[in-house]
Design a protein around this ligand. Structure first.
Ligand code: ITT
Length: 201
């Protein structure tokens, strides 16, 4: 299919900024959620990132004629059995901020004797008028730092140490993060799949 407009179905300002930047070379006109009527709050009750991304994309795309892209993402720490995982946004309870979520994670890790290896996962789902068109997933592996470092990015970025660049994600420029992140990988895959589907790939 050929896309000229797209709605990004996220209320997370950090994700929105990164997705806008990652899609900047497509030539698509990118719209935020405020440009379509809000659906009833979409329940993120799925067991996986892709299930939640699908739910959001399908629900929001019922309210607009434009295709809708939803992102469900989070951090999985292997020694914690994959937590915080799909509850990354609510890990320290509803209403908590990034600093509390990070403090919670570091406290929990201090009590385990496993390693600190982790991965970020980003599931993207694209839907049109209530029907799923495409879904992809990207990941990025790293290590949970002993304490937060850096002021850029959002969410768990200050404690996500990326060995390849020797920095946390919050110490990377936006271009560096986009080149290596779970979201960057997922967007590249999405664009490749779309190009293949339109016979251009
Ligand atoms: P929407 O559902 O409206 O998109 P949300 O913040 O509720 O926004 P999620 O349910 O997908 O989104 O939760 C993702 C959480 O995972 C997010 O709040 C961050 O804490 C974390 N996260 C995801 N991607 C991240 C990234 O690139 N850097 C740091 N933390 C990230």
């Amino acid at each position: 299919m050929s896309i000229s407009h797209i709605v990004l179905a996220t209320r997370n300002a950090g994700k929105l900024r990164e997705l806008r930047s990652l899609l900047s070379e497509t030539g698509w006109r990118v719209h935020g959620l405020q440009e379509i009527a809000m659906p009833a709050e979409v329940e993120e009750t799925g067991a996986t990132f892709s299930e939640n991304a699908r739910r959001k994309a399908v629900a929001y795309s019922g309210r607009t004629d434009y295709p809708v892209l939803a992102d469900d993402s989070g951090l999985e720490v292997f020694a914690l059995g994959g937590r915080p995982g799909v509850v990354s946004a609510r890990y320290a309870g509803e209403g908590a901020g990034d600093a509390e979520r990070i403090a919670n994670l570091l406290a929990e890790l201090d009590q385990t004797h496993g390693g600190r290896d982790a991965r970020f996962v980003c599931a993207l789902a694209l839907a049109l008028r209530g029907h799923l068109l495409l879904e992809v997933e990207g990941e990025c592996r790293g290590v949970i730092a002993p304490e937060p470092r850096g002021r850029r990015g959002f969410g768990y970025d200050p404690v996500f140490f990326f060995p390849q660049l020797g920095k946390t994600f919050a110490e990377l420029s936006e271009e560096e993060k986009n080149a290596h992140s779970h979201r960057g990988h997922a967007v590249k895959l999405l664009l490749t799949r779309l190009a293949e589907q339109s016979g251009l790939g």
